[in-house]
Write a protein that binds this ligand. Structure first.
Ligand code: PLP
Length: 449
């Protein structure tokens, strides 16, 4: 027996465990300090009432013989898939119900989709990156190329001449940078994919955070995308399903891939294969669907009341993002994202490195964020804050930011005495510098989880 040794090539993920270790250590040594967590991307608001009602009702359905549901269709119940078709239609995108696959979240499908692709494909991922794209491909032994997401390209890298990739991961709005691709930029990727027989895996987990109508919420807003892109969506952040688990994936029927001659010999009828059929085959073999109860809850998200209720939640998080952005503007810290995204990606002030800034924030104002370096080499010197905390904590954290980063006003220079030409010139007034204030112990109740 041999294991899949590719697993040995997957780097240990130290990011969140290291954050947890440092925070726990600090909390243990400083039990009187109130730590505010703005690091992990989990939501804090509960499921909307309309979802809770639907879940209760679905539980009751399971109690009666007539309405009990056992195994369901692996690709999801039509009642939910129809709602998703209608959701796309509002955005003038036509999706066939058989192109919709209900999942237990975007993470599973983003990872599992790699089952469909040969090991010898070149995979292109942005740096910094949501680590799942990298690790799942390493597990399959695929070669990974990085595209440079930097401040200079607004963290939205475009196809570069000479780069040859077969599988391209795009995430917009982006985790961790909060950047959002424009339609023109996505068109450049769709054109590239069509020209190079590549496939785009488009992670739209945060699409509902896009408020600017000019920005695309789906890659299928771009002509030709149905021939080259799979889209992954999630109800986790948009409707509070992080614990309940539900998402959906669109695999268009127009997405066809030519098979090699060798496979033709292996009795594949035509030399063109629909990825939709392959994914259906994969799901019906390896996945047994999302539970009836959860799909009823998800269905409620797409009703008019559901849409209104999730909008309220999204607006709440976006308000938090605004509070963070305004504070950073006020104290002169440069940042990206936060407008059409729940993530704020800031440049560590004073040229600090990501982990150095993490320690500095934790120790000086007891605020926890995520060091950008944990998302890739280009994340070094950056730091991610999320808008998913509750509003009061966000306000308090930002008050602490203001205290910590407000420059000391320049000291008033007393009237010059009569000029004495023989005297040395006076020293220049010192540059404004950062004040580092320890929060007062009396203000800090129990550490919150
Ligand atoms: N894609 C991105 C970019 C994410 O940030 C996340 C979660 O943080 C996911 C996918 C996973 O979402 P889900 O909870 O639906 O599995």
């Amino acid at each position: 027996m041999r294991i899949n040794e590719n697993y040995l090539n997957v780097k240990e993920s130290y990011l969140f465990s290291e954050i947890a270790r440092k925070v726990n250590d600090y909390a243990e040594k400083n039990p009187d300090k109130k730590i505010i967590r703005m690091g992990i991307g989990d939501v804090t608001l509960p499921l909307p009432p309309v979802v809770i009602d639907a879940l209760h009702k679905a539980v009751d359905d399971m109690a009666a013989k007539e309405t009990f549901h056992g195994y369901g269709p692996e690709q999801g119940y039509d009642f939910l898939r129809e709602k998703i078709v209608a959701y796309y239609k509002e955005n003038t995108i036509r999706i066939d119900i058989n192109e919709v696959f209900i999942s237990d979240g975007a993470k599973s499908d983003v990872g599992n989709i790699t089952d469909l692709f040969d090991k010898d494909n070149v995979v292109l991922v942005p740096d910094p990156v949501y680590p799942v794209y990298v690790d799942t491909n390493i597990m399959n032994g695929r070669k990974i190329e990085y595209m440079q997401a930097k401040a200079s390209n607004g963290f939205c890298p475009l196809p570069e001449p000479g780069v040859k990739a077969d599988i391209i991961y795009l995430c917009s709005p982006n985790n961790p940078t909060g950047a959002v691709y424009t339609s023109e930029q996505l068109k450049a990727w769709v054109d590239y994919a069509l020209k190079n027989d590549a496939i785009i895996l488009f992670d739209a987990a945060y699409e509902a955070f896009i408020g600017d109508e000019k920005l695309p919420r789906s890659i299928y807003e771009i002509d030709g995308a149905k021939r080259c892109a799979i889209e992954f969506c999630s109800l986790s952040k948009t409707a509070g399903f992080t614990g309940t688990r539900c998402g959906y994936t669109i695999v268009p029927k127009d997405l066809k891939v030519e098979v090699t001659k060798l496979k033709k010999l292996l009795k594949v009828d035509s030399n063109v294969v629909e990825l939709n059929k392959l994914w259906l085959r994969r799901q019906t073999t390896k996945f047994n669907g999302v539970s009836y109860i959860i799909q009823r809850g998800a269905e409620a998200v797409f009703t008019p009341e559901g849409r209104a209720q999730i909008k309220e939640n999204i607006d709440y998080y976006k308000q938090n993002a605004k509070i963070i952005a305004e504070t950073l503007d006020e104290v002169g810290i440069k940042y990206f994202g936060g407008e059409n995204s729940p993530y704020i990606w800031l440049e560590c002030p004073g040229s600090m490195r990501s982990w150095e800034f993490f320690d500095y924030l934790l120790e000086s104002i007891n605020v926890v964020g995520t060091p950008g370096a944990g998302f890739g080499a280009n994340g070094e010197g950056y730091f991610r804050l999320t808008a998913f905390s509750d509003k009061d904590s966000t306000i308090e954290a930002m008050e602490r930011f203001k205290k910590l980063f407000t420059p000391v006003p320049e000291p008033e220079i007393p009237e010059e005495p009569e000029a004495d030409e023989t005297a040395e010139p006076a020293d220049e007034a010192p540059e404004a510098e950062l004040v580092i204030e320890e929060p007062e112990a009396s203000e800090t109740p129990e550490a919150e989880e």
